[in-house]
Design a protein around this ligand. Structure first.
Ligand code: PMP
Length: 360
């Protein structure tokens, strides 16, 4: 069967070159006579794969040496707990959360188990259709950190700017927009990202954290969830998710070959513009997010008549376009157009949308 055009929000499509290379190397990595999956994580081959993945990620995002890079397991959701376990006790036992959609709300809910997690600002009152204006944020200078979700995967709301939180470290859940654009890591105390959108297999999560923030874990935190211990042991307190790190490493090489995250940003801007222009020009489709806060990665849209949803999806699928149905809590449609989605995929969608509207 020929490949589909996969608009899934995650696990999402990977670059075909990466899948081909992984297939070629599946049972014999570089003439070693073994699959990466079969290698000891303490052996020289895997250690080289792991070190190269970290080096390439550092290069792609210009991560300074005083930041640790951790390759962990348990997905981004586990970090909703691990983060406060490691950082909420740093100062007053409090942290500020800005809620802009489902994921930042979940992060706040989990953090409340570990300390005084406060909602510093929220756009819930307007249905999470924007980033709350920075002048309205109630930030407390005694907080251990300020948490944001840089891209809300379900709602399609993205920070297109980096908040200034003064001396309080800014921490971001970047699961759905990491590596989609250059970022100044120094503006963040830490960030984390589940892999299954722009990096690789689900379950792997990457944490990047300034080293001076390490070492403040709450009593009772298991060593395996202690960032300081994990950094000290190169993320290998136990067996790391070796195959996932290998695939992530292939994606990082692919990104470098493409020209890095600046090239990705240009492409992502072009893809998002193509789709939003189509939506804005139509009277059938609508995106409800404030234009300046619209996500380049996840583009939700509603049909004026939800009775047409099933026909729209069936027609798309007949043309090989899958996973366009919106999140079950949001309804409508959502096209996720991460780094691996070529502009031709978006063009095929836009052509179909125009044609569907013409016939509707
Ligand atoms: N944060 C964001 C922004 C996400 O999009 C997701 C998953 N879609 C998560 C956290 C949770 O990730 P996981 O399923 O890996 O725990």
């Amino acid at each position: 069967m020929s490949k589909v055009i996969n608009f899934s929000a995650g696990p999402a499509m990977l670059p075909p070159e990466v899948l081909r290379q992984a297939a070629d190397e599946m049972s014999d990595w570089h003439g070693t006579g073994q699959s990466v999956m079969e290698m000891s994580h303490r052996g020289k081959h895997y250690m080289a794969i792991h070190a190269t993945a970290e080096r390439d990620l550092r290069g792609l995002l210009a991560i300074p040496d005083d930041y640790a890079v951790l390759f962990l397991q348990g997905g981004a959701s586990l970090q909703f707990s691990v983060l406060p376990m490691n950082l909420i006790g740093r100062r007053s036992g409090a942290a500020d959360y800005v809620t802009t959609g489902d994921w930042s709300k979940k992060a706040l809910r989990e953090a409340r188990r570990y300390g005084q997690a406060r909602e510093a600002a929220s756009s819930e009152g307007t249905g999470f259709d924007r980033i709350p204006s920075p002048g309205d944020w109630q930030l407390n200078p005694d907080s251990g950190y300020v948490h944001i979700c840089s891209n809300e995967t379900i709602g399609g709301v993205e920070f297109n700017w980096i908040p200034d939180t003064k001396d309080v470290p800014l921490i971001a859940d970047m699961s759905s927009n990491i590596l989609s654009r250059p970022i100044d890591i120094r503006r963040f105390g830490a960030l984390y990202a589940g892999a299954q959108k722009n990096i690789g297999p689900a379950g792997l999560v990457i944490v990047i954290i300034r080293r001076d923030l390490l070492g403040h874990t709450l009593p009772g935190t298991p060593p395996i969830l202690d960032y300081a211990a994990l950094a000290e042991h190169d993320s290998m307190i136990n067996t790391p998710p070796t195959y996932s790190v290998y695939i992530a490493g292939l994606v990082f090489q692919w990104l470098l070959d493409q020209g890095g995250v600046a090239t990705m940003e240009d492409r992502n801007i072009a893809k998002a513009k193509l789709l939003y222009d189509c939506i804005d020009a139509s009277s059938l489709y609508r995106n409800r997010i404030a234009p300046e806060d619209r996500s380049r990665m996840n583009v939700p849209f509603q049909l004026a008549d939800p009775g047409l949803d099933e026909r729209f999806l069936a027609g798309a699928e007949a043309l090989g376009m899958v996973q366009l149905k919106g999140h079950r809590t949001a309804g409508g449609m959502r096209a996720s157009i991460y780094n691996a989605m070529p502009i031709e995929g978006v063009q095929t969608l836009v052509d179909y949308m125009c044609e569907f509207e013409r016939k509707a």
